[in-house]
Design a protein around this ligand. Structure first.
Ligand code: GCB
Length: 636
């Protein structure tokens, strides 16, 4: 799906600002049919939950309504008029005047409606957007709604981040010519004996068959390749690669011509759209993750879109500041845990050479989480009564929409199709396998991964062989072996070696972290202190550095973030290396020292390679056997 852009043939009007706002039940049953009877106003983009002092709004389960007047620019005569919502979390309904023009389920991907029939150039219309925050057994992410004794509806879910809702991203009105480009796919490669020629495979979708011309421009705007037809391959000599930390973007200018496309007289450009792209390759070879044929070692974070007051509302100031902090600390990558992020974030990563693992919102497909670390789920995760074919259909749609939106971002090097699914439970393989196949069909070029939950071990996990990279979330020293970092280090190393030996694939620590209260200190490295977070990260890293197959380390989390109420969390999840206000905790300085030295290269193993080519085990850290995970419990 193309991002709306202003081009020589397209105009774009941003509809952000203050909208009228009401919670369902406080206005009539069909509030779109007239002006919203409300005193409340809400900013777009922002989650609505933390804006108001009324607890009933924060805890509301169901629909809310946003409304504003919009004027269509008077110059848009003869143009197609499109309304685009970047995200409505989790379901959106769009009304132009009294007419329902779009409906969409999935809170983190965009949708749009052709409203040409409903509006006229120069005319004003009433735009009402309904947003529903409900999570159920057939939404991604899933959740459960219960009704309290007093009749209040309550939402629970299986992930810890707060269920922020509303219009957290921009809303746009844009024009296109009647004959227009509606999709572009770019796949890049490297060719030539010395690998200096970039190949740019392209496919252009148009709403009706049309003559297409494409041109590739370099960063100075100089044409470096050109082609004709709706698909083909361009070649760029002496190509400048998109590299981690050294981004370089070209532009693909796609024109629809009203002539025969031979470039001769009479060809007039009827639509033009410009798609930025970077030339790079991604490949998994053995236990390595290669970008442009070179081993890449991921340093960085699982993040969240989360900030005070605006919740998950996109904010350009936080965007710039977060990337500054990532650069400062030596992070070369992040995972869009646990949902697709705003497109502005993806474009920023493209421009600044930050590598992204792009994740769907499939978090919480696991009924064992919450019932204790070794807990048996109260009910099976995959069954007719829990997560089933309809859940998977919603999950498949989430994958389709993620790839449709993000397929052309050079920063995206891998798809993560689920966080912590119950991969060690009966039914996991049947649930996941078709989704892996779908992902590969939609994008045969990028590796596919999932983030494995702590109770999924190399012994009992049922899906790991389906994936290219094994991302594992591990909390040794926090949820397991709490306060005992020596044991944590041993357990982690044994755990990682188990995966490495069984699967022979690259392994990535996609989460490790310890809750830390800024300002809390102790000479004994007590849990929750700044000293403990630092010591915890270092103990984990010592284990990483001894495991050859490890291709990256993402700390959980970049910053503290808001969670649902619960006794496990004090004012939110505090595993941030930065506070929610983005102030560094002590561990930030230590990470900076480690990562700026690594510079995207794997640390050399602390031990000498053995005769079999594998690193020998350091005697200080056990015999390389895999101790059973100890019975401490308590993962939230
Ligand atoms: C996890 C989840 C993440 C949580 C984290 C925690 O395994 O993937 O969403 O926030 O643990 O801090 O408990």
């Amino acid at each position: 799906m193309l991002k709306p852009r202003s081009t020589a043939t397209r105009e774009l009007v941003n509809l952000d600002g203050i909208w009228r706002f009401a919670v369902a039940g406080t206005v009539g049953p069909e509030p779109w049919t007239g002006p919203l009877g409300t005193r409340l106003e809400a900013p777009v983009p922002a989650s609505y939950n933390d804006l108001f002092t009324d607890r009933a709004i924060r805890d509301h389960v169901g629909w809310v309504w946003y409304q504003r007047q919009v004027r269509v620019p008077r110059g848009w005569t003869g143009e197609r008029v499109v309304l685009r919502v970047d995200a409505a979390t989790h379901e959106g309904r769009v009304y132009v005047g009294d007419a329902l023009v779009a409906q969409h389920v999935g809170g983190y991907t965009p949708f749009e409606a052709d409203i040409t029939e409903h509006v006229g150039p120069g005319e004003e219309f009433r735009l009402t957007i309904g947003v529903d925050n409900e999570l159920t057994g057939v939404t991604i992410p899933p959740g459960t709604i219960t009704v309290a004794q007093d009749g209040r509806r309550k939402q629970t879910y299986l992930h810890d981040f707060y269920n922020y809702a509303g219009l957290a991203r921009s809303v746009w009105l844009y024009s296109t010519p009647p004959v227009h480009v509606d999709d572009i796919t770019v796949v890049t490669g490297l060719d030539g004996a010395d690998g200096t020629t970039g190949t740019v495979g392209y496919t252009v979708g148009t709403n009706v068959p049309a003559a297409v011309r494409v041109r590739a421009l370099d960063a100075h705007g100089t044409e470096v390749a050109a082609g004709e037809g709706a698909n083909g391959t361009l070649r760029i000599d002496d190509v400048t690669l998109w590299r981690p930390g050294a981004a370089y973007l070209y532009e693909l200018v796609v024109d629809i011509l009203d002539g025969d496309g031979d470039g001769g007289g009479g060809d007039r450009v009827v639509d033009t759209y410009t798609e930025p792209f970077g030339v790079r390759t991604v490949e998994v070879r053995g236990t390595r993750f290669l970008i442009n044929g070179e081993p890449f070692y991921f340093t960085g974070f699982g993040k969240h879109e989360d900030s005070p007051v605006r919740g998950k509302g996109h904010d350009d100031a936080y965007l710039v500041h977060d990337f500054q902090l990532m650069e400062w600390i030596g992070a070369n990558s992040f995972r869009t845990s646990h949902y697709p992020y705003a497109e502005e974030v993806m474009e920023f990563a493209d421009r600044h050479g930050i590598v992204v693992i792009d994740e769907t919102a499939a978090v919480g497909l696991n009924l064992a989480v919450g019932s204790g670390l070794m807990g048996t789920p109260p009910r099976p995760t995959f069954s007719e009564d829990t997560f089933h074919d309809d859940t998977r259909a919603a999950h498949a749609q989430a994958i389709r929409e993620l790839i449709a939106r993000d397929k052309n971002h050079p920063s995206v090097v891998m798809w993560c199709i689920a966080n912590e699914p119950s991969s060690n439970e009966k039914g996991a393989r049947e649930y996941v396998e078709p989704l892996v196949e779908l992902t590969r069909r939609l994008d045969p070029t990028r590796p596919v991964t999932y983030a494995a939950v702590m109770f999924a071990t190399h012994d009992n996990d049922l899906i790991a062989d389906l994936f290219d990279v094994l991302c594992v979330n591990r909390y040794y020293g926090w949820y397991v072996a709490t306060g005992d970092l020596a044991a944590a280090e041993t357990y982690l190393e044994a755990d990682l070696r188990g995966w490495a030996e069984k699967f022979g694939k690259p392994i990535m620590l996609s989460e490790y972290g310890a809750d830390t209260m800024p300002g809390l200190h102790s000479v004994w490295d007590a849990p929750w202190t700044e000293e403990y977070q630092l010591a915890y990260l270092e103990a984990n890293q010592r284990a990483f550095d001894r495991v050859e197959a490890l291709v990256g380390e993402h700390v959980w989390n970049f910053a503290d973030f808001q969670t649902a109420d619960g006794i496990h969390r004090v004012g939110g999840n505090k595993k941030g290396v930065f506070t929610r206000e983005r102030h560094p905790k002590a561990a930030a300085h230590a990470l900076r020292r480690r990562w700026t030295v690594l510079g995207g290269r794997k640390p050399s193993p602390a031990v000498r390679p053995g005769d079999d080519g594998r690193p020998e085990h350091d005697a200080r850290h056990g015999d390389g056997g895999r101790p059973a995970v100890p019975p401490e419990s308590g993962q939230a």
